[in-house]
Design a protein around this ligand. Sequence first.
Ligand code: SF4
Length: 431
Amino acid sequence: MTQASEAAEQSAAPIEPPSSPLSLAFSRRGRPTPFGAQTRKPPVMVVDAAREAFYSTHFPNSTAEQWTDWRWQIRNRLTSVAQISRVIALSPDELMALSAKGGRLPVAVTPYYLSLFAAQGPQSPLRRTMIPSMAEFTPSECEAADPLGEEDDSPVPGLVHRYPDRALFLATDFCSAYCRYCTRSRRVGKGPSRMPAAHVWEQALAYIARTPAIRDVIVSGGDPLTLSDRAIEHILSRLRAIPHVEVIRLGTKTPMVLPQRITPALVKILKRYHPLWMSVHCTHPDELTPESAQAFARLADAGIPLGSQTVLLSGVNDSPAAMVPLMRGLMKNRVRPYYLYQCDQVRGAGHFRAPLATGVEIIRSLRGHTSGYAVPQLVVDLPGGGGKAPVLPEYLAGVSGDDLVFVNYEGRTFLSRDPATAALMRGHAEA
Ligand code: SF4
């Protein structure tokens, strides 16, 4: 789709009345739009006061209307040393890494997302996930370009079929912002365009259509919500037309890095293809802003069940101080914490890899201290395509006669009568 037709599609978005006390009208700065008089009032998108100050300073020629346009955000991504250093003072290490050629992943960050960490130092959580460091260039032995062996489970390009009833449809290799620990860094950000060649989608759709065992399709990428409305509707309508596809899921980081993309027009499309679920890649409580709250509210109001996926990252979110407010904040936004992953052994991301024991302690800090709904499942995605293995803190400490011995979240011991299980456990211990 051309930019012109995408722009036309965007301008046809329905009007949404202001509904939130956080909503600020486009006219707050009172500037004329660069496109002349509006014939239709655009939907109201939240602009937090901190963001308004940011774009007034760093994008002085932009308008609120542009700032809240997701296409403007993508067009104005910061991708080079020159662009990024206009906004933040880069450390010598960051400068060297940004200038180095042959990095495994391109650099890109939306102006919106950059605004969340622009005032913070090089070791701040979100900055570490977006701005490369020289540690990326020193991979360790156990790391691989494709740590999960996805290519081996790919019967056609752009599709991974590992579990019998689920398939992963990699609809694009484009993201609006590139995470430095990306598991798919071998493929994302490499192509010139958001849209893959038409035959790639066709092959993937044909494979799903001729494989009746697939009842659940996860549309991911890259980030599928960087595609145009028309492209997203094309994919969803084609999948919904396949009788054995019961559930469609979208995997995306868009509500965190580009919440402006969750327009009323997009939500109207998504609503047409229920049952449709969404897994949102969330990293840190700093991502929970009035803008992301508006995006989540629109999705949840459209009946889309929302779940979160978080990667446990050293120096970013590997502490209860980061993870507890993140999980509670997601719950407040109607996003059910779903998975907490140990960082995959992807090449150049070793400096992000926190020990699994840290993840166990974080789960322990959540369990019992906050609602069970706010406790994600800690998993390791096993190297080489073994799939997800759940890991739990140990609460069942042993047996005592016919009783099971439990240690609760406060470290106190309790007995629970269960002779059959106690006998089984004794048998296992003796074997
Ligand atoms: S949003 Fe997902 S696919 Fe895109 S760079 Fe981040 S981890 Fe990779």
